[in-house]
Design a protein around this ligand. Structure first.
Ligand code: SF4
Length: 252
């Protein structure tokens, strides 16, 4: 019993000395933003470790930093570090599936893009859903206040803002426009055909360049899914560049 207590105390003091030996970030060196500097200092006063402190103690993985560790399938993980002496002649490093270091690095990179895009686009999907609820008056919490903005974006969604009544063009009901814009926007995530409607907001020459290069995004979810499935195993760097460009244009 006494031995157990001594062991516990020893562990505690070991933990305390470990904590004391951990480096802390110097706020003015890790951020130029005064508010962030204040928050880091405040967290340190309260003994709360932040990413800034942890970054002082964490050495980046030597292989990960080169982007050439792959664990996309259960045959791996495969690691292809660059030898210290460099590579003379042909680089014959390959993962079990035959992926080269360039392929692995490109796959890792584009999968990071897909992960970020999934997070941001799903946030957008939620916003579009709330917009549709507000347009349908299903909630009192949110209201569509900026009608000018709504009227300015409606044409990009192919939504009419005027209708013909007795041979005359008159303003369409704003609630009707809002519902149609909301539904068209929500459809952008999973529509089976076509391309993203907002691409037409780009200058014509740029739009043509994207079209000629075959990188117009089809729908938001499709590009993310394609990145994940085509980079599971195989996939060449050129194909990944096309996929990454399509994904980037979605966010533009
Ligand atoms: S996908 Fe290829 S490189 Fe990646 S873990 Fe599997 S076998 Fe290795």
């Amino acid at each position: 019993m006494i031995e157990k207590k001594i062991l516990k105390l020893e562990n505690r003091s070991e933990n305390i000395s470990k904590e004391q030996s951990r480096k802390k970030a110097i706020p003015t060196e890790v951020s130029i933003d005064p508010a962030t500097q204040q928050m880091i200092a405040r967290a340190q006063d309260l003994n709360i470790e932040t990413v800034f402190d942890r970054a002082q103690n964490m050495k980046p993985c030597n292989i990960g930093v080169q982007g050439i560790c792959c664990k996309n399938c259960s045959m791996g993980p495969c690691r292809l570090p660059l030898p210290k002496s460099g590579i003379q002649g042909e680089d014959d490093r390959k993962g079990l599936c035959g992926a080269t270091p360039n392929t692995i690095a490109a796959r890792n990179f584009i999968r990071m893009i897909a992960g970020g895009a999934a997070a941001h686009s799903d946030h957008g999907r939620c916003v579009a859903g709330v917009f549709v609820s507000a347009a349908n008056k299903e909630t009192d919490v949110y209201k569509i206040k900026d009608h000018d903005k709504l009227l300015s974006i409606a044409p990009y969604f192919n939504v009419d803002i005027k209708i013909e009544v007795d041979g005359e063009l008159v303003d369409r009901d704003i609630d009707e426009i809002a519902v149609e814009v909301g539904e068209k926007a929500l459809n952008e995530w999973g529509k089976p055909k076509g391309e993203l409607l907002y691409l037409k907001r780009a200058p014509e020459a740029l739009y043509k360049k994207w079209k000629d290069n075959g990188v117009l995004p089809r729908n938001i979810d499709r590009e993310i899914v394609e990145i994940m499935h085509r980079t599971h195993i195989k996939a060449r760097e050129r194909i990944m560049m096309d996929m990454a460009t399509r994904r980037d244009l979605e966010s533009a």
